[in-house]
Design a protein around this ligand. Structure first.
Ligand code: SF4
Length: 337
């Protein structure tokens, strides 16, 4: 008889319904679970919390009664996103490399804390790039976790895993869900009384078409310090020259956020005596670039006539006022990223 009270598992925990259900199913088998959540620079900025959604994920782990651990993936992860071995999905999402990267981290933590296997909410065939049988096998192999990843929602569609073979978990109580339909998961959530879970795939900006365009631009022209990455989540972005980019706020919160993310030497623009957008300019500029930027701000004010725009250099007292007409829409479209 296996003494299961000593068996620990790490659950890769996104806070989404599938990972919640995976934990629920394995908890019923009396396994100690540590819910591990990865944070990267590519989670969405939540205007109401001025943060990513980390706090709600922690609350969900508490609600499930499992230990919670968050791990931040920094520069190495960013390097992987810039140049993934297995390429991108539809946007700039390197899902296969991302999963391998994360599972390697999981393996390291498993070894450190003496956990015996990994639980994920993966469902066979649910996601086009990373949840097909071939990709799942590849990811498992490359991360050094062969036989150690248990997918409770689809387990019966896979060969026996080590935790099943060893009798730590009972295969009879695992499921055989596959494909893109969410019905079985929603039904299961009802049975477990789980409500208020986030919608699937809402969290990763690398799958967002517009964000992907901006990130590609940043990889090409900019640097990837954390503030530059945060700025990609805010406002409208314009590539004025290879060395200069303008970010225009779309509402008051974004105007403030842009200012919060500004750094010494950046240019800050705002209309004079008018409510309207603020904007931040980053990079190398000349008078022409300042004027073009002011014309873009003018385009987003309520007036369709001459507008005065103040330009300041962050952390310096100098300011300049441009009296400009708005830039034409066709030109705006050309440089919007
Ligand atoms: S969607 Fe984003 S977080 Fe999820 S595997 Fe793909 S790149 Fe990674």
């Amino acid at each position: 008889m296996v003494n299961k009270s000593k068996i620990k598992a790490i659950a890769a925990f996104s806070g989404g319904l599938d990972s919640i259900l995976a934990i629920k199913i394995v908890l019923e088998q009396d396994i100690d679970i540590i819910a591990l959540n990865f944070k990267t620079s590519f989670c969405r900025w939540d205007k109401s919390n001025n943060d990513c959604t980390g706090s709600s994920i922690k609350r969900m782990a508490d609600h499930l009664g499992v230990e919670f651990k968050a791990v931040y993936l920094g520069d190495d992860y960013l390097e992987m996103v810039r140049d993934p071995k297995y390429g991108y999905g539809k946007n700039i999402n390197p899902c296969i490399d991302c999963r391998i990267f994360k599972f390697k981290v999981v393996k390291k933590i498993m070894d450190e804390i003496g956990a015996s296997f990994v639980i994920t909410g993966e469902v066979l065939g649910q996601r086009p790039m990373s949840q097909h049988r071939r990709s799942l096998t590849l990811i498992e192999k490359e991360s050094g976790l062969e036989g150690l990843i248990l997918r409770p929602l689809s387990a019966k569609l896979f060969s026996l895993t080590i935790p099943e073979e060893k009798g730590w978990v009972n295969r009879d109580n695992l499921l055989d869900i596959s494909g893109r339909t969410r019905k079985p998961q929603i039904e299961l959530a009802k049975q477990y009384g789980i409500r208020d879970y986030p919608t699937p795939a809402g969290g990763c900006l690398l799958t967002d078409k517009y964000f992907s365009k901006r990130l590609r631009d940043l990889f090409k022209f900019g640097n990837t310090y954390s503030k530059d990455l945060e700025l990609l989540k805010v406002g409208r972005h314009f590539r004025i020259s290879n060395q200069f980019k303008l970010i225009v706020g779309r509402d008051e919160q974004e105007n403030q956020r842009i200012l919060d993310l500004s750094e010494k030497g950046d240019l800050f623009f705002e209309p004079l005596e008018l409510s309207g957008p603020s904007a931040l300019g980053k990079g190398i500029y000349d008078e022409n670039i300042k004027e073009v930027s002011s014309k873009i701000i003018a385009r987003y004010t309520s007036l369709n006539e001459k507008v005065k725009v103040i330009t300041k250099i962050i952390s310096e007292d100098k300011e300049l006022i441009f009296d400009v007409f708005a830039l034409e829409d066709s030109k705006i479209k050309e440089i919007l990223i």
